[in-house]
Design a protein around this ligand. Sequence first.
Ligand SMILES: Nc1ncnc2c1ncn2[C@@H]1O[C@H](COP(=O)(O)OP(=O)(O)OP(=O)(O)O)[C@@H](O)[C@H]1O
Length: 246
Amino acid sequence: MNSVVDVRDVSFAYGTQPAVKDVSLTIEEGDFLGLIGPNGSGKTTLLHLMLGLHSPDSGEIELFGQPVDEFDQGERIGYVSQQATSGGGTMPVTVRECVRMGRFAHVGHSRMTHEDREIADEALETVGITNLADRRVNQLSGGQRQRAYIARALASEADLLALDEPTVGVDAESRDAFYQLLDSLNDSGITIVLIEHDIGVVTDRANRIACINTELYHHGDTESFVESDALAEAYGTTGTVVHHHH
Ligand SMILES: Nc1ncnc2c1ncn2[C@@H]1O[C@H](COP(=O)(O)OP(=O)(O)OP(=O)(O)O)[C@@H](O)[C@H]1O
C-alpha cells in the first residue's frame, strides 16, 4: 500500500453548514491529483482536512499510512496556501532565508550544516529564482513568490506538494512555466494535489481528478472524468451525485 493520502467517509461542517460530505478518496504515490469544483464547493476545506488543519466531524484520514492527528512527519509535506501566494502573511525574510526554513524540520535543535545550505540553494536553482535569493519575500511578484514557496517545500524534501490555486494573479506566460515546473517535479516522483479553477489546465496536467461540490462527483483518472458527466453535474444543479466505491 503506497497511499499518500487516504480519506474515508469524511464529513465536515462549519457550524451547521456542511462543507464536505461523505467524501472518500485516495492519493497514491506519484499521482498528480487535480481537485476541482465550483466556488465555495469545499476544495480548500477538503485540502485542509487532508493536511490535518481541520478535524473531520466524522470519517478518517491517513497521511503516509498514519492517522492524520498523529502525523509527525511534517517535513514530508509542502503546502502552498492561497494566502501564501496572494501575499498575505509573508514574513519580512529574504528568499534564501525562507527556503532555508525548509530545512528546519530536518535540522531540529542542531545547527544548519553546509549541506543544508546547499540543499536550499539547489532548490532555488531548480525553481529558477537564484537571482532573487537576496530579495525579501514580501517584495516579490505573485509568480516569484509561489516559486519561493515551492523551493521551500523542495528544500524540506517533501514527498507531497499541496497547492491551493497557486497561479491566481499570475500572467499567462509565468503560469505556463509554473505548470511545466510542477510537471517536472511530478516526473521526479513528487506527489501533487492541486486546486485550480482552470479545468483545462487540470485536465492537461493531472492524471487523476477529484471533482467536488460538497459531495464527491468524480474521483478517478482524468480520461474517465473527461468522458463523464461529472463536470456538468457538479457545476450544474440538476445532476445526481455519482458515488464511486473502492
Ligand atoms: N471559516 C469558515 N467559516 C464558515 N464557513 C466557511 C469557512 N470557510 C469556508 N466556509 C464555507 O464553506 C464552504 C466551502 O468553502 P471552501 O473555501 O472550502 O470552498 P472552495 O471550493 O475552496 O472555494 P473557492 O473555490 O471559492 O476558493 C463555503 O460555503 C464557504 O463559505
